[in-house]
Design a protein around this ligand. Structure first.
Ligand code: CP
Length: 318
């Protein structure tokens, strides 16, 4: 076994340089060494279970090598503003970071949640859009400030698989949560749901109205029980306030909005969905989550399906 701690560990440094120059030509001419696949960098500013593992599994299924980078805890702090004198805490500019990542990989996935403190920056998608601007490779949104399209794609696949009528009533319901969460999953679910032939309803307490451009043609109903009547799918999710004065805040933790069996009994034998992770007996009761109506496991499994489809398309894999 050899170490590589200094040049002293290299018996033939000149020979190594010659071999390295040959290697560089091989890299430039053919992508990953001795492998037929492509490579993707999965870059996380925030935690994940499903997104990280489903992307890695999807990449594995396609013969793509995936490289996970937890940038917030392991990378340099990035500067996203242009023209800044970088004499503060941020060590690297997005221009160079995106350029380097683009030169190493065939695609990059970005997870960067909303700040929930700066609505303008969040809804301008500052982080994601800067990666898109400065990367020369495809960028995949692994949940950005305002959207989570990989989740919604999986959600739609799941609804299509389980629907029993051609135009199901699909209800997105707000549910309580102790922490302030972004609107990304709800926004994205509504965006995708609006593209489908669904009777789409969103129900939430007063003060939790979402961006009207995301709500689209969905019906807004403030009475949760009324919304549940005749529903074929109940999709529970918490989100924090979108409205300017309370942006990003928890304005209600009303446990009367928890999804329980009594409310599920008002539906048309609806399937229960949630993107996970879920707080049991806060968002929905154990009884609902452990019932035959719950399809949260197949829904989570479809995260691999949606990821694999997206990777296949962005990397043009036949
Ligand atoms: N639903 C979802 O995106 O799960 P993770 O946050 O665990 O990735």
């Amino acid at each position: 076994m050899m170490n590589f701690c200094s040049i002293d560990d290299v018996a033939d440094p000149i020979g190594w340089i010659g071999k390295a120059i040959e290697l560089q030509k091989k890299i430039e001419n053919g992508g990953p060494l001795d492998k037929s696949g492509k490579s993707i960098c999965l870059l996380f500013f925030n935690p994940s279970l499903r997104t990280r593992l489903s992307m890695q599994k999807a990449a594995f299924n396609l013969g793509i090598e995936s490289f996970v980078f937890n940038l917030s805890s392991e990378g340099w702090q990035l500067e996203f503003e242009d023209g800044v004198v970088m004499n503060g805490s941020k060590s690297e500019h997005i221009v160079e970071a995106a350029g380097v990542i683009s030169s190493y990989f065939d695609a990059v996935g970005i997870r960067s949640f909303a700040s929930l403190s700066d609505k303008a920056n969040d809804y301008a998608e500052q982080v994601l859009s800067q990666f898109v601007k400065h990367c020369s490779i495809p960028v995949v949104n692994m949940e950005s400030a305002t959207l989570h399209p990989l989740q919604s794609f999986a959600d739609m696949i799941t609804i299509e698989e389980y629907k029993k009528v051609s135009k199901p009533k699909v209800v997105l319901t707000w549910a309580p949560h102790p922490k302030a969460l972004p609107q990304a999953v709800a926004n994205s679910f509504l965006q995708w749901g609006n593209q489908m032939d669904y009777d789409l309803v969103v129900t939430h307490p007063q003060g939790y109205d979402l961006d009207p451009s995301m709500v689209g043609e969905a019906k807004v109903e403030y009475d949760q029980k009324k919304a549940f009547e005749g529903a074929d799918f109940i999709y529970a999710k918490n989100w924090s306030a979108f409205q300017d004065a309370n942006y990003g805040q928890v304005v209600s933790q009303d446990m009367n909005w928890t999804v329980n069996q009594e409310k599920m009994n008002l539906t048309n034998d609806a399937k229960f969905m949630h993107c996970l992770p879920i707080r049991r007996n806060v968002i929905a009761t154990d009884e609902v989550l452990d019932s035959d109506s719950s399809i949260i496991m197949p829904q989570a499994k479809h995260r691999i399906t949606s990821a694999q489809m997206v990777l296949k398309e962005v990397l043009e894999i036949k």
